[in-house]
Design a protein around this ligand. Structure first.
Ligand SMILES: C[C@H]1O[C@H](OP(=O)(O)OP(=O)(O)OC[C@H]2O[C@@H](n3cnc4c(=O)[nH]c(N)nc43)[C@H](O)[C@@H]2O)[C@@H](O)[C@@H](O)C1=O
Length: 298
């Protein structure tokens, strides 16, 4: 098996973190003693357990963040990704209906800027056509339209949050921001020699997860359900992210070579700190994701 961080990272995470499993169904704190959070084990591929949990908790709001969320991994685990991210969303919405709660539960769907993929217009907004570029994005596209359909067909308060990348120290280690920051920390401690990365020129709009979670909540507090794009409006390349991260440990990175042979070198010592490894390339990549509008008044 591929010994890359990405694949191993996600498999390890699947038992404990946010992949296909539902770890939490957050219900209205007032319905629980002392406002404490309760944990229920569930799985997005198991309809009956979703029904049982919803029936037991009787939540007022559901935030569906359960997913196989790694884009590169979705090329290897495409069927699983579709099961969890696409059909899983359908199962969850149907479970709400089975429990007779479609008029009471507000539903948030973690949609994604990956839906835009090969972008049709810049900046992207709620009306920009989608062009998914990975099994992950295709699965999320199915989920997106299911949420819209259940809103229109059954009058459910269901919203899509089309969120651009949102990061924090809790981000999984196999996503590029944490991979870089953890590696730079290890390099500064002498525990690692260099980082291997994929596409250095890929650009992303990286926001802070805390702000975006607040935006998720705000969507469910609107008078009527709708779909919203959330982003900072600023993009940076992976290359810039690397340079900035090394600046924190007092290292200036100088780029030498081209393409697969390109290296990031510590300007003062001449030591190689970054190199390119094609195993982190994606068969298709998002072309450009230069951003957005906050459209709370569409
Ligand atoms: C909005 C969206 O946001 C996330 O998806 P993502 O943007 O694919 O996130 P990432 O951190 O894996 O990649 C960011 C960029 O960085 C490039 N890159 C270079 N070198 C490596 C590298 O070595 N590892 C990784 N992972 N990426 C690399 C890679 O090619 C890509 O262009 C998920 O939350 C997703 O669920 C979601 O919905």
């Amino acid at each position: 098996m591929d010994k890359g961080y990405d694949v191993h990272g996600v498999i390890r995470r699947s038992s404990t973190f946010n992949t296909g499993r539902i770890q939490h169904l957050y219900s209205n704190p007032t319905t629980h003693q002392g406002g404490k959070m309760k944990l229920h084990y569930g799985d997005m591929t198991d309809s009956s357990c979703l029904v049982k949990i919803i029936n037991k908790v009787r939540p007022s709001e559901i935030y569906n963040l359960a997913a196989q969320s790694h884009v590169k991994v979705s090329f290897d685990l495409s069927e699983y990704t579709a099961e969890v991210d696409a059909v899983g969303t359908l199962r969850l919405l149907d479970a709400i209906r089975t429990c007779g709660l479609e008029k009471e539960v507000k539903f948030y769907q973690a949609s994604t800027s990956e839906l835009y993929g090969k972008v049709h217009e810049t900046p992207q907004k709620e009306t920009t056509p989608f062009y998914p570029r990975s099994p992950y994005a295709c699965a999320k596209l199915y989920a997106y339209w299911t949420v819209v359909n259940y809103r229109e067909a059954y009058g459910m308060f269901s919203c899509n949050g089309i969120l651009f990348n949102h990061e924090s120290p809790r981000r999984g280690e196999n996503f590029v921001t944490r991979k870089i920051t953890r590696s730079v920390a290890k390099i500064s401690l002498g525990l690692l020699d260099h980082i291997e990365l994929g596409n250095l020129d890929s650009k992303r709009d990286w926001g802070h997860a805390k702000d975006y979670v607040e935006a998720m909540w705000m969507m469910l507090q609107q008078k009527t359900p709708d779909d919203f794009v959330i982003a900072t409006g600023e993009t940076h390349s992976v290359r810039e992210f690397v340079e900035e991260a090394f600046r924190y440990i007092g290292v200036e990175i100088e780029w030498r070579g081209e393409g697969i042979m390109e290296q990031g070198v510590d300007k003062s010592s001449g030591e190689m700190r970054v190199c390119v490894n094609s195993k982190y390339f994606r068969p298709t990549e998002v072309v450009s994701r230069i951003i957005i509008t906050f459209n709370f008044n569409r």
